[in-house]
Design a protein around this ligand. Structure first.
Ligand code: AMP
Length: 218
């Protein structure tokens, strides 16, 4: 969890790579559905990119379908879900054992805005780049899939304000919700990707008994 641009996606990528728990990003699922023109994608299209939350019904339908896939059976890393209290309750109903750990990544607002304005994303596979710190190797071509690297429509100064407002109003209250449940870990996300990841890795290693790989410790 964390505000837009806090590094959720990059941390989920790292966890997937190191521990094998696939990254499940609801923003990514929504963008995919829109790109593929599926019925839910057509509904979501008019709601995406404005900085507001997409209807729970649409997000939950996409998430449910994704979590039913075989690769999620041993565990998964949610990125950008839940984003409001009713989604947190739905998650509990969907998978009562989870979440086992919640990471709240805190970053100063000034840093967030700077990061988002320099963020680039693959328009095909959603890989994350940064125009300053981590540009694609070949001019605006994704290193991973060869797709076009673009600036997301909502990575824009006006939409960022709305995304931050939505975050404070609807998502931030979940920190107290998960803190009460005892699964919350507070992470300082102001440093580099490595610095932010280090304490997350420590928690996961402790939980998984230092084992690596898909389904480790289960
Ligand atoms: P993200 O890729 O996480 O920055 O999400 C991009 C956009 O997708 C958000 O600004 C929302 O409009 C929508 N979105 C992503 N996840 C959710 C969610 N869990 N609930 C509602 N809308 C979401």
């Amino acid at each position: 969890m964390g505000a837009p641009g806090c590094g959720k996606g990059s941390m989920a990528d790292r966890i997937e790579k190191e521990y094998g728990y696939p990254k499940v990003s609801t923003g990514g699922l929504l963008r995919d559905a829109v790109r593929n023109g599926t019925p839910l994608g057509l509904e979501a299209a008019s709601q995406l990119g404005k900085g507001k939350l997409v209807e729970d019904r649409i997000v939950l339908a996409l998430l449910r379908e994704r979590l039913e896939k075989e690769d999620c059976r041993a565990g998964y890393t949610l990125d950008g879900f839940p984003r409001n209290l009713s989604q947190a309750v739905s998650l509990k109903e969907m998978d009562g054992r989870r979440p086992e750990a919640v990471f709240d990544i805190a970053v100063d607002e000034e840093t967030i805005v700077k990061r988002i304005l320099s963020r680039l994303t693959c328009g095909r596979c959603d890989a994350i780049y940064n125009s300053v710190a981590k540009p694609p190797k070949n001019d605006m071509i994704c290193d991973v899939c060869g797709g076009p690297v673009i600036r997301r429509k909502d990575d824009d100064p006006v939409v960022i304000k709305e995304r931050m407002r939505t975050y404070h109003e609807q998502t931030e209250p979940l920190i107290a919700y998960y803190d009460k449940g005892g699964s919350l870990h507070r992470i300082d996300g102001n440093g580099t990707v490595d610095e932010t990841y280090a304490p997350i890795r420590k928690v996961l290693d402790r939980m998984l008994g230092g084992e690596r790989g898909r389904g480790a410790g289960r």
